[in-house]
Structure formats: C-alpha cells, structure tokens
Write a protein that binds this ligand. Structure first.
Ligand SMILES: Nc1nc2c(ncn2[C@@H]2O[C@H](COP(=O)(O)OP(=O)(O)OP(=O)(O)O)[C@@H](O)[C@H]2O)c(=O)[nH]1
Length: 257
C-alpha cells in the first residue's frame, strides 16, 4: 500500500497583501510568486520532496521523508527571504487526495487564509521513520504523444497551449474523481500525477478517457519508491520505455499495457 505524505503550502493573508495599501504592480506579484515557487522547489527538493505550483498562493508538496523540523526550517527560510509568510498543513494517507484533504483541514481549522492573525501555522501528522517503506509513493509522469509534431510545429503557440491545457484539465479531473490522484501540469506537455496504488489498467483507463473526451493522446511512465524524487525519476525512466517500445503505460518493473 502507498502512504503519501502531502503538505499544503498556503501563503498567509496574501489576498489583502496584494492590494495593501493599494494594488501592487502585477509584474512584482508574478516575480514574487515564481521566485517563491523556485525557492520552495529547492527547499523541498533538497530533501527529496516535490512541490507543484498549482495556484501559486496555494502549492502542494509530496514530502515523504521530511519531518516537522524540516518543515519548520523551510517556513523560517521563506519568512527570512520574503515579505510574506507561509502556513504548512501536513498529512499522510494511502490516498493522496485524502491526505491533501486532511492537510487542508489543518489550516482551515486554524483560521481563514485571509486572517491576519493566522500566520506560519505548522500542523499535522508526519510519517514516522519506522513506518516508511520503499513503496510509499507512486508517481505517474504523463506526456502527450508527439506534441511537437502535432501541435508545437503546426499550430500557433496559443492554440497549442489550449490543446495541451484541455488534455491536462480532462486528465486531472478524471484522475481525481476515478483514481483519488492529484495531477499537476509541470511544463511543456507534461503532467505529473501523485497516485495511490493503481494498476496498469487504471492508467490505460485514464489515457482512453482523455483521448475519448478531448482527442489528446497520452503515454505514461509510473514509478514507486520511498520518496517523491526517487519515484519521479523511476517514472521518467519508465516513460522513456514507452517511447522506445511504443507502449502507452510502463511501470518500469516490466509491466506495461
Ligand atoms: N517538466 C518537464 N518537462 C518536460 C520533460 N520532458 C519534456 N518536457 C517538455 O515537453 C516538451 C515536449 O517534449 P517531448 O515530450 O519530449 O516531445 P514530444 O514531441 O511530445 O515527443 P514524445 O514525448 O517523444 O512523443 C518539451 O519542450 C519540454 O517543455 C520532463 O521530464 N519534465
């Protein structure tokens, strides 16, 4: 069974800050948001975690291996570097969607995202070292088949973007509803999904669903490991197998579909 530790990162009281004392320049907000994401990617990444930008004011991380102390250090580092602080809600569950639900409850129970007195919350449960296994995290790396030939080299950049985003929107909804998974666009034509223990048939179902609904063809490599980064790297190698073998689903352990 998987056991995913998920951390919800929420920028404290960000909405009011963006308009106080008057609306701040959008370019400055974009710069702050992308730099904060870059720093968090390194801070979590140096400790074998993954973080996804989602809405920027809320980001979602897979943090197996990061204990309370590591989270507190990340929080302190952000507070020292930025004019904003972050709250962190943490939870573990075999289902990534359920873990995120519990992590979210930690912050919602402490107050509103726009409560000026609710800052730097660090709440929740961490996966104890003794309970960790080499199969706690399952990550799927999806990619659009021949996005360059079908879209990038044929359509203008915005229409290519629409196609890719449609594929992503359909995939993320389906993976959330049918398979309790959290899927994140990571750039280009790539989506990384954090999943419970799913079979090759479940991934085949997701690929067929997206092809049927929005006519975007996907392939996926799946990896399983102790940490997000190891699972993610295995997924990338499995995706290379898809490319070489012409298969739609590869698990890296030889099972494919
Ligand atoms: N974040 C991320 N982006 C990637 C990765 N690999 C490729 N990309 C992005 O995806 C774009 C398309 O690259 P590919 O997926 O290799 O190209 P493709 O034309 O779809 O070819 P096939 O995937 O072999 O069918 C690149 O320009 C990158 O932006 C990856 O591992 N991670």
């Amino acid at each position: 069974m998987t056991n995913t530790q998920v951390t919800l990162v929420q920028v404290d009281n960000y909405g009011p800050w963006t308009v106080t004392p008057e609306p701040r320049r959008e370019v400055d907000l974009q710069t702050l948001q992308s730099r904060l994401y870059a720093d968090l990617s390194q801070l979590f990444g140096n400790r074998e975690g993954y973080v996804f930008f989602t809405r920027f004011d809320n980001m979602i991380a897979v943090t197996n291996g990061l204990d309370r102390e590591a989270h507190a250090l990340i929080q302190e580092s952000v507070a020292n570097r930025y004019p904003v602080t972050v709250s962190l809600g943490v939870a573990t569950d075999p289902s990534p969607a359920a873990a995120l639900g519990d992590a979210t409850n930690q912050l919602q129970a402490a107050g509103s995202a726009q409560d000026e007195d609710r800052t730097q919350i660090l709440g929740g449960g961490f996966l104890a070292g003794a309970d960790r296994t080499d199969a706690d995290v399952q990550i799927a790396h999806f990619d659009v088949i021949d996005a360059t030939g079908k879209y990038t080299d044929k359509l203008n950049a915005f229409d290519s973007f629409i196609r890719i985003e449609q594929g992503y929107a359909e995939l993320m909804r389906h993976m959330r509803r049918a398979h309790d998974s959290l899927s994140f666009f990571v750039g280009g034509d790539n989506v990384i999904a954090v999943c419970p223990e799913l079979t090759p048939a479940a991934y085949r179902d997701a690929i067929d669903h997206v092809a049927g609904e929005v006519d975007v063809d996907l392939q996926v490599g799946v990896g399983r490991a102790r940490t997000a980064q190891d699972a993610g790297m295995r997924a990338k190698h499995a995706l290379e197998e898809c490319r070489h073998e012409g298969t739609a689903v590869e698990f890296g352990d030889g099972s494919h579909y």
